[in-house]
Design a protein around this ligand. Structure first.
Ligand code: NDP
Length: 285
């Protein structure tokens, strides 16, 4: 098989072997199902070798690759173009290679937005965003660009929430407010969408972000970025109060779909991707 037919997608990965990486399994299942003649493989790339790894991907005529931490910022200096939201976010996790040119995008927030849009259009809505790390930053920027009316960012380290609020005020029309997050946070009346973008709940079924659960109302949409386990305690509590819930699998699946659209101009099957992740995460219901 020549390189031209073997259009591999390079991904940066730093600990997980291929067999244990859910994104690899999800993408390969979709490629096989949708008849895309490509592979999605993990490559362990050290910070020192990033430049050479990017050049290698171009030399081998790969159509693109994802970058995970710690390469999301460093990769930007090796690219020819950076998409608008990735520029604002200040991080790239998805690179397309067209005619030898490298174009950087950020699919973290876009994947979340695509998942949210299956439940509601965020335009004109009031959002409470829990957390101010990389995922929160990407989600905030995409929601701001999508016309959210206001975003309140709550974080233990207030300065990180303030940095995102500043970013939103400078780059979008969205009203933004940062609040410190100490005890049980009361969800303000009028909030339409609450998003857990912290790492609380990752691998811990009973972990719960410290919010006042009685302040959740059934009109609200409660979304969690945690992909594993997908049905987090926050989502279970929200569901029992009649809220609409969105799990982190949707964000992960939609990131894969957006990446493949950039690389192949093809839409992958969401169902097969979701089922693959559910099998890996042992979801039974
Ligand atoms: P970061 O490490 O950049 O940010 C973590 C955030 O969680 C920070 O705001 C941190 O607060 C907050 N946090 C962690 N522990 C606590 C706690 N006990 N109480 C209050 N706040 C806490 O991580 P990322 O933003 O990169 O990722 C966050 C989560 O999103 C991860 O679990 C990741 O798996 C998930 N994710 C899911 C994706 C998907 O497709 N479903 C895609 C990307 C990420 P502080 O700043 O105060 O420390």
């Amino acid at each position: 098989m020549t390189n031209r037919n073997f259009r591999a997608i390079l991904t940066g990965s730093f600990s997980s072997p291929c067999a244990d990486n859910p994104t690899v399994a999800m993408m390969e299942a979709a490629y096989a199902h949708d008849g895309i003649d490509a592979r999605y493989i993990n490559c362990d790339v050290s910070a020192d070798n990033l430049k050479e790894a990017v050049r290698g991907a171009v030399a081998m005529e790969w159509v693109g690759f994802n970058c995970s931490l710690p390469h999301k910022v460093a990769v930007m200096e090796h690219l020819n173009e950076i998409a608008q939201s990735a520029k604002i976010i200040g991080a790239v996790n998805c690179v397309s290679i067209r005619d030898g040119r490298l174009i950087g995008d950020n699919t973290d927030g876009k994947g979340f937005l695509a998942s949210l849009k299956q439940a509601t259009d965020p335009a004109g809505q009031k959002v409470l965003l829990l957390g101010a790390g990389g995922a929160a930053r990407a989600i905030a920027v995409e929601l701001g660009l999508a016309g959210a009316k206001s975003i309140m960012i709550a974080n233990r380290k207030l300065e990180k929430a303030e940095a995102i609020a500043d970013l939103l005020r400078k780059n979008t029309d969205c009203a933004a407010e940062a609040v410190g997050w100490e005890a049980d946070l009361h969800v303000p009346e009028g909030v339409d969408i609450v998003i857990n973008a912290t790492s609380i709940g990752f691998g811990e079924k009973e972990a719960l972000p410290p919010i006042a659960l009685q302040s959740l109302t059934e009109k609200m949409i409660i979304a969690d970025v945690i992909p594993n386990p997908p049905m987090t305690r926050l989502l279970r509590e929200a569901k029992s109060r009649g809220c609409t819930t969105l799990d982190g699998l949707g964000m992960l699946v939609n990131q894969g779909i957006i990446g493949a659209e950039l690389w192949f101009e093809r839409k992958l099957s969401a169902d097969i991707m979701k089922r693959t992740l559910e099998d890996i995460f042992g979801v039974t219901d």
